[in-house]
Design a protein around this ligand. Structure first.
Ligand SMILES: [Zn+2]
Length: 323
């Protein structure tokens, strides 16, 4: 008989052993559910490129929010789809715009659910860029002023967190100062600190109608090849007052999540983006995968990489599976 000094299989021998020595746990506590909100009443419009995801009118959104809270999901993040778009994205910072209305409605009905508001201009600008355009270039400092207006509008409507996703320089500090000056010292800032210029956002742009009319976002979003630069971005955002720092996308950037988690003692969020979601849905529809197994494995890998918060379109299903 062979004598082996080590038999690691002993601790895999039963579900009980495997549960006992499991290093990473995925819980409903880790999830934030991204939701799209539009005008109208009784609207549940399925997004073609993201099967199972919808654009909801405020009344329907509130129903979903109630369900999410009932499933134990700690929070949602809102993306607005306005009726009108213009050069400056003015419907994004309108205090009576679609997102402020949605925030007020959810907080009135489901006050315990954390409501995060994405802060950017691209869903609201006619050109689809995340900032003001002058001479064909996205202007940084002028854009920051408008992002501050949007963040204030969302905070005043009751948002628990504002989440700048634009990648303009200096926006976290400007938003923190403005929130504090307005007495909103307890509003959390979740910064999209390391947001990459990624092909994985394709389905989101379809969902929000935010595809840039010209050029791309590479002058403000990060180059996919860089990780030291991500560390500098994260450090800057923490210095400016970010409470949670985010890496986006997640699956192709697990190494970046790990570096941020190792180098900074901050809560790290990861965005399991639309493209990651749609790939899974397409593969499941083609019969390639078991959906529950592939989703749980993917989200566990994001947790294992070091994220403590995962923004995912799978949140509701995952909460049901884990219940
Ligand atoms: Zn944007």
């Amino acid at each position: 008989m062979i004598e082996l000094p080590h038999r690691p299989r002993r601790l895999r021998a039963s579900p009980q052993w495997r549960r006992l020595v499991r290093e990473t746990r995925l819980a409903v506590d880790d999830l934030v559910w991204p939701l799209f909100v539009r005008t109208g009443e009784g609207v549940r419009e399925e997004i073609e490129s993201m099967p199972g995801c919808f654009r909801f009118s405020v009344d329907e959104l509130v129903k979903e929010a109630k369900e999410a809270a009932g499933l134990g999901i700690p929070g949602v993040i809102l993306f607005g789809i306005p009726d009108e778009k213009d050069e400056t994205g003015s419907s994004g910072w309108d205090p009576d715009g679609i997102v402020p209305r949605a925030i007020r409605a959810i907080k009135a009905e489901v006050p315990e659910l954390l409501v995060w508001a994405d802060v950017c201009l691209c869903e609201y600008t006619s050109h689809g860029h995340c900032g003001l355009i002058q001479d064909g270039e996205v202007q940084n400092d002028e854009t920051v002023e408008l992002l501050v207006k949007a963040a204030l509008a969302y905070a005043r409507s009751g948002a628990d967190a504002v989440c700048p996703s634009d990648m303009m320089d200096g926006r976290v500090g400007a938003i923190r100062t403005a929130l504090d000056d307005a007495g909103r010292t307890s509003t959390v800032i979740v910064s999209y600190a390391a947001k990459y210029a990624s092909a994985y956002y394709g389905p989101f742009r379809d969902a929000a109608g935010s595809t840039p009319a010209f050029g791309d976002r590479r002058t403000y979003q990060m180059d996919a090849a860089n990780v030291d630069e991500a560390m500098r971005e994260v450090e800057l955002d923490i210095g400016e007052g970010a409470d949670i720092v985010m890496v986006k996308p997640a699956l192709a950037y697990l190494d970046v999540i790990r570096r941020v988690a190792d180098d900074f003692s901050m809560p790290v969020a990861a965005y399991n983006v639309s493209g990651e979601y749609s790939m899974v849905k397409a593969a499941v529809a083609a019969g390639a995968f078991d959906e529950q197994a592939i989703v749980l494995e993917t989200l566990t890998s994001i947790r294992r990489a070091g994220a403590s918060v995962i923004l995912t379109y799978h949140a509701k299903e995952v909460a049901q599976w884990l219940a």
